[in-house]
Design a protein around this ligand. Structure first.
Ligand SMILES: Cc1cc2nc3c(=O)[nH]c(=O)nc-3n(C[C@H](O)[C@H](O)[C@H](O)COP(=O)(O)OP(=O)(O)OC[C@H]3O[C@@H](n4cnc5c(N)ncnc54)[C@H](O)[C@@H]3O)c2cc1C
Length: 395
């Protein structure tokens, strides 16, 4: 493999954001290097793999030009297709809406995205960590040796703990309420309503968050919890909560009884929104590194890819002297800024209610299925907003 000494654009992180950034930058004809510390792209898996269908994504971010890779991925990247999303309140009351979605095989999907970038002429370097950045120089260490590489633009697509973002002074220490820990089991032998994605609420099982069941086909499913430490009981670990949900939840436990855990997955989910700036000097951030995620459901695959597309295109146009790099800030905020901000606002309104199961169950009864779908799409209809504010006042 021949790696050059310098590139127009170096992308750090080959997850959905970075691979998409590299693809779109390379398509514009600039030289691109995509680096990831993983020796095997997509492994270890750190995702439930749920991706709403393309038309739902168009509703989620109506002002966006979505990457083609959110629509045109190979069929073998899909483990299962879902057609319904169900929400289960702490008192067992449930409602939902019809919606097409996919349970992705993220390992295959991430590899597909990286291959698309390589097909557009991006160079790809796996098994390599970026260990320091000084101006245009990135120091790299890994299975192909230790070396430095120069970049006109650096795209930090290095996930929720972004080293590139911290090094550039863009990402500060997260408030513990703005970062959720997600823990997940892949289960075989479940007894579930196959085409439905389910979200369960209740402070004894998932304080300040929710648990999910995402069917993966052939009686298998990903089940997981996304919770925040300040809302957990002292002495309860994340694993305690997930096991408690799996074994004791009155509805979920029946579906999961007798199943076998075949994989444990974990990671961080940034639910605090974007930092005030995502561009500094020659560095831009995309994906989880830039808080490109919908805080009400923790979904970040599609928004990371959109952020990556905008980052790649803007970096290339900057190198070609067409625009200032700061244009990135304007572009991504125009395309998905409102949805990301609204979801954080809604999440904060729910945070207080989530201290009381009675309040959450009451909120579920007040919010129509249609409005639940809107909330999932980063919207907050006025009636829902005023009902949530009223419930908050009553706390
Ligand atoms: C358990 C869990 C379940 C989830 N379930 C869903 C879901 O069902 N649907 C959904 O839409 N979202 C889900 N998410 C969120 C989703 O996975 C992320 O939003 C998405 O992966 C973000 O993509 P990204 O490219 O920004 O970051 P990542 O996918 O985290 O990719 C970052 C990459 O950067 C690399 N990297 C980091 N530092 C360096 C370095 N110094 N040098 C080189 N490489 C580096 C990492 O190896 C990694 O490959 C889930 C998250 C978790 C933790």
């Amino acid at each position: 493999m021949i790696i050059k000494d310098s590139y127009d654009v170096v992308v750090v992180g080959a997850g959905p954001a970075g691979a998409t950034a590299a693809n779109y930058a390379a398509k514009k004809g600039v030289s691109v290097l995509l680096i990831d510390r993983k020796k095997d792209i997509g492994v270890p898996l750190q995702c439930g793999g749920f991706l709403p269908g393309f038309s739902v994504l168009e509703e989620l971010v109506p002002n966006a030009e979505l990457p083609y890779t959110l629509k045109e991925f190979p069929a073998n990247c899909i483990n299962a297709t879902t057609s319904y999303q169900r929400f289960i309140a702490p008192d067992g009351y449930s409602k939902g809406f019809e919606v097409t979605g996919y349970a992705l095989d993220r390992k295959r999907f991430d590899k597909y995205l990286v291959h698309e970038a390589a097909s557009s002429d991006a160079h790809v370097l796996i098994g390599t960590s970026v260990t320091s950045v000084d101006g245009k120089v990135l120091k790299c260490e890994g299975v192909f040796g230790n070396f430095s590489v120069n970049a006109k633009v650096i795209v930090g697509a290095d996930g929720p703990s972004s080293f590139i973002g911290r090094n550039a002074g863009l990402v500060l220490e997260h408030d513990p309420m703005d970062i959720a820990t997600a823990l997940e089991y892949e289960l075989m032998g479940v007894n579930i309503d196959e085409p439905s994605v389910e979200m369960y609420f209740g402070k004894d099982y998932v304080p300040g968050g929710y648990a999910w069941i995402i069917p993966q086909g052939n009686n298998s499913a990903n089940i997981g919890i996304g919770i925040r430490r300040p809302m957990c009981k002292k002495g309860m670990s994340y694993r305690d909560y997930l096991n408690h949900f799996m074994e004791k939840h009155p509805i979920a436990s029946k579906k999961l009884k007798g199943s076998t855990i075949v994989s444990v997955i974990g990671g961080l989910v940034p639910v605090g929104g974007a930092p005030s700036r995502t561009v500094s000097g020659n560095v831009i951030l995309a994906g989880d590194a830039a808080g490109h995620l919908i805080a009400t459901n923790g979904g970040g695959i599609s928004t990371a890819m959109l952020g990556g597309k905008i980052a790649g295109e803007t970096a290339a146009e900057f190198v070609q002297n067409k625009i200032p790099l700061n244009e990135y800030e304007i572009r991504w905020r125009q395309q998905m800024g409102i949805e990301i901000k609204t979801a954080v606002y809604t999440r904060k309104l729910m945070d207080n209610l989530m201290k009381s199961d009675t309040m959450v169950s009451a909120a579920f009864k007040m919010i129509s299925s249609e409005h639940m779908k809107a909330i999932q799409c980063g919207k907050l209809p006025n009636t829902v907003r005023s009902n949530l504010l009223k419930l908050n006042k009553g706390m």
